[in-house]
Design a protein around this ligand. Structure first.
Ligand SMILES: Nc1ncnc2c1ncn2[C@@H]1O[C@H](COP(=O)(O)OP(=O)(O)OP(=O)(O)O)[C@@H](O)[C@H]1O
Ligand SMILES: [Mg+2]
Length: 245
């Protein structure tokens, strides 16, 4: 893969730091309580927990779609606790997000969806063509570059979303169930892509329900249960699972 200039800041100590962060939607109950975690630079975490536990909610704080209801949060070393929406763009340029519902642009082809972050960054056409083609080949979509996303399967759309999220070599990749719609062989190939991006300098957080994927790869995990987040080393089982809850 052609190496683009790394977007990592050089003076940043942690990728993400949350201190006693809570999140509620409107006047509803808190869905996350007192979350205190540090994601160091260049780390790789799984994010696990039952359906409705708050994985997507935690990620929405990390990609600045929401702000904490209380507590403090830093992203790339800067306090973003009360960040105004119009100030979020410079942070978002350093993020690669794979949404659980993909959010592809259907008026654009597969190729153009993946090329978009590079076009926004003002990259040269020759570099765009090379990088996008290589990535689409990696994810097995080389024959579908001109297709519109809505004409493709869920698993194919998911792979477009992954290629789009990583094409710009982001400092932080947030992947929400990125292998939820593909078979095991493709899931492992996609994991290898994330591992490759990690080796190139990105921090990666992957939300997943797939315990066999978590067992297969030696990365630590953040586990959410009843709004609380537990950080666990690779290979450790969350206490709620051990207790059979
Ligand atoms: N936009 C919203 N408005 C109100 N409540 C919400 C909203 N989004 C999520 N919630 C609530 O927050 C809680 C956590 O939801 P979230 O989507 O973060 O869970 P999840 O762990 O990502 O689940 P899944 O594994 O099914 O994707 C749930 O109780 C859900 O109902
Ligand atoms: Mg979710």
């Amino acid at each position: 893969m052609t190496v683009l200039p790394n977007k990592q800041g050089t003076l940043v100590s942690d990728t993400i730091r949350l201190e006693n962060v809570a999140l509620r939607y409107g006047e509803g109950p808190e869905v996350l309580h007192d979350v205190s975690i540090v994601i160091p630079q260049r780390s790789f975490y799984f994010l696990t927990g039952p359906s409705g536990a708050g994985k997507t909610s935690l990620m929405s704080l990390m990609y600045l779609a929401r702000r904490p209801s209380r507590g403090r949060m830093k992203l790339f070393g800067e306090d973003v606790t009360g960040l105004k929406s119009d100030k979020a763009a410079s942070f978002r340029r350093r993020l690669g997000v794979i949404f659980q519902d993909f959010r592809l642009l259907d008026h654009l082809s597969t190729f153009d969806n993946v090329a978009l972050p590079l076009r926004i960054a003002g990259e040269q056409d020759s570099i765009i063509t090379q990088n996008v083609s290589e990535l689409l080949t990696w994810v097995g979509l080389e024959g579908l570059m001109e297709a519109r996303p809505s004409t493709l399967s869920g698993g194919q759309q998911q792979r477009i979303a992954i290629a789009r999220a990583v094409v710009n070599r982001p400092s932080l990749i947030l992947a929400d169930e990125p292998t939820g719609n593909v078979d095991d062989a493709i899931a492992i190939r996609l994991m290898q892509l994330f591992i490759e991006m990690h080796k190139l300098g990105s921090s990666v957080i992957i939300a997943t329900h797939n315990e066999s994927l978590v067992e297969r790869f030696p990365f630590p995990r953040l586990h959410i249960e009843q709004g609380m987040v537990e950080a666990l080393p690779a290979g450790a089982t969350p206490s709620a699972i051990t207790n059979g809850e």
